[in-house]
Design a protein around this ligand. Structure first.
Ligand code: HEM
Length: 441
């Protein structure tokens, strides 16, 4: 007899449709009906025990070797590859994580801060004036460029082809038709599909070509992520192989959540003009980013780009009042915890003030997941968001292109605004140096 908590009894294929097409309302409905622990049984995904109680989430995030890898998004396996830090089991996972962590922490963040502002400033100055355009793709360009520079350093144009191919892969991954196909075909068949191979193959080729170039011409003055990876060795002294390098680099280069979070932050601010004004005043006044930081935290609470993280139990564990066997996939649910009035007053309102002078709870604010697999670039991403938002707020006046707040739409890696953040930009009129020109419409 199944020891898993109760959940919807619909056939797996229907649950797959529920999950891919209506994930968030479906999670909310199940939460209301079954409580803080329930089981979804989804075709191609398997059985997931969804956890919406922070005490259970804490148990999972602090369970050490008692939990291992599971994949929340079946597209991730094929895109990132099995040797990605995200998919490695212990102890390899921790070894790889320790190699990468310093490149997205402390001094590395400070060293990249000016570059983030510069990339954002250049992007904003190219925006059309006075006509609607979608913010999300623009934010994708910014975050892609930032990560390209973080990984490969400055380049003199030799990476243009890789940029172009990555753009194409992103388009493929964000096409809703491919998501629908994924729900019916499953990941194994979709990776054999022509569309996938045509989008992914050229990126892999370009990444490997660059790795070979760096190995053939090592530059002792460069200490970027790619240099670190091509020089890294296994325990037995052998260098990381090309397939491992491919997986690790694609894990970094396909970062989706930062661009989505940026688009959402602007969308939320534009629907709340008083908060927008406060954020802008702070940005114009100097280097203090206290309010902007609260705005980002509140956006990541209300619009977490990833609604669940998952783990596989390697030992039996009592969660949600149920004795779950080893092998169970459990899913701490970011979306449900962030919207729960037991942890947040007026959870459906955008109130950055709730984070002023108050640190978010370790197990009630979890947009970056938690435990030893918590996003290793969380601080990097928050700094990047601040830098990009400051560049935007101090350069242009934005207004929404329609009256309706945007809804959350599932895309390949994250939940994005359904109109992709449709806005109209004007140069900032109050700039003492006079308004800067944007690109002619
Ligand atoms: C707002 C931006 C971001 C959000 C919301 C986000 C969210 C997440 C989440 C939810 C996880 C899984 C955590 C878990 O399973 O507990 C994760 C893991 C990870 N993220 Fe991020 N992420 C962001 C930006 C980035 C960026 C910019 C990079 C790198 C360029 C990055 C690299 C990674 C890596 C390598 C992992 C795997 C960590 C491990 O398994 O040890 N993320 N992220």
């Amino acid at each position: 007899m199944s020891q898993l908590p109760p959940g919807p009894r619909m056939p797996r294929a229907l649950q797959a449709v529920g999950w891919t097409q209506r994930s968030l309302p479906w999670l909310e409905r199940c939460h209301r009906r079954y409580g803080d622990a329930f089981t979804l049984r989804i075709l191609h995904w398997g059985d997931w025990v969804i956890l919406a109680d922070p005490d259970d989430v804490k148990k999972v995030f602090t369970a050490g070797d008692a939990v291992g890898v599971a994949v929340a998004n079946p597209l991730l396996g094929p895109v990132l590859g099995p040797r990605s830090v995200m998919l490695l089991e212990e102890p390899q996972h921790m070894r790889r994580r320790k190699l990468m962590l310093p490149h997205f922490h402390g001094q590395a963040i400070a060293a990249d801060a000016a570059m983030m502002s510069e990339v954002a400033q250049r992007e904003v100055e190219g925006w059309p004036e006075g006509e609607p355009f979608a913010l999300w793709p623009r934010m994708q360009e910014v975050t892609k460029e930032v990560v390209m520079r973080a990984v490969f350093g400055e380049d003199n144009g030799q990476l243009e082809e890789l940029r172009r191919r990555l753009r194409r892969l992103t388009e493929w991954m964000n096409d809703p038709r491919n998501l629908a196909q994924l729900a019916t075909l499953g990941p194994d068949r979709i990776v054999r599909s022509r569309g996938y191979r045509e989008a992914m193959g050229p990126v892999e080729e370009a990444v490997i070509e660059e790795v070979r170039r760096r190995r053939a011409q090592p530059d002792p003055d460069r200490v970027g992520v790619v240099e670190m990876l091509v020089q890294s060795r296994h325990e037995d002294g052998s260098l990381l192989g090309e397939p491992e390098l491919r997986d690790e680099l694609l894990t970094l280069l396909t970062d989706g959540p930062t661009s989505t979070s940026l688009a959402w932050t602007l969308e939320r601010l534009l629907r709340n003009p008083d908060k927008l004004e406060r954020a802008r005043e702070e940005a114009l006044a100097g280097d203090d980013v206290t309010y902007l930081d609260a705005v980002i935290k509140e956006t990541l609470r209300m619009r977490p780009p990833v609604p669940v993280v998952v783990r596989r139990l390697l030992e039996p564990m009592r969660l949600g009042g149920h004795e779950l066997p080893a092998g169970t996939v459990v899913a701490p649910c970011i979306h449900l915890i962030h919207r729960d009035q037991r942890w947040y007053e007026r959870p459906h309102e955008f109130l950055p003030e709730r984070f002023l002078g108050r640190q978010p709870g370790t197990y009630t604010w979890i947009p970056f997941g938690g435990g030893v697999r918590r996003c290793l670039a969380a601080s990097y991403a928050e700094m990047e968001m601040k830098r990009v938002l400051r560049a935007i707020l101090t350069t242009v006046e934005l207004r929404p292109a329609s009256d309706r707040s945007e809804r959350m739409r599932k895309s390949a890696i994250s939940f994005s605004p359904d109109q992709s953040g449709l806005v109209i930009a004007e140069p900032r009129q109050t700039d003492p140096a006079g308004p800067r020109a944007l690109a002619p419409a």
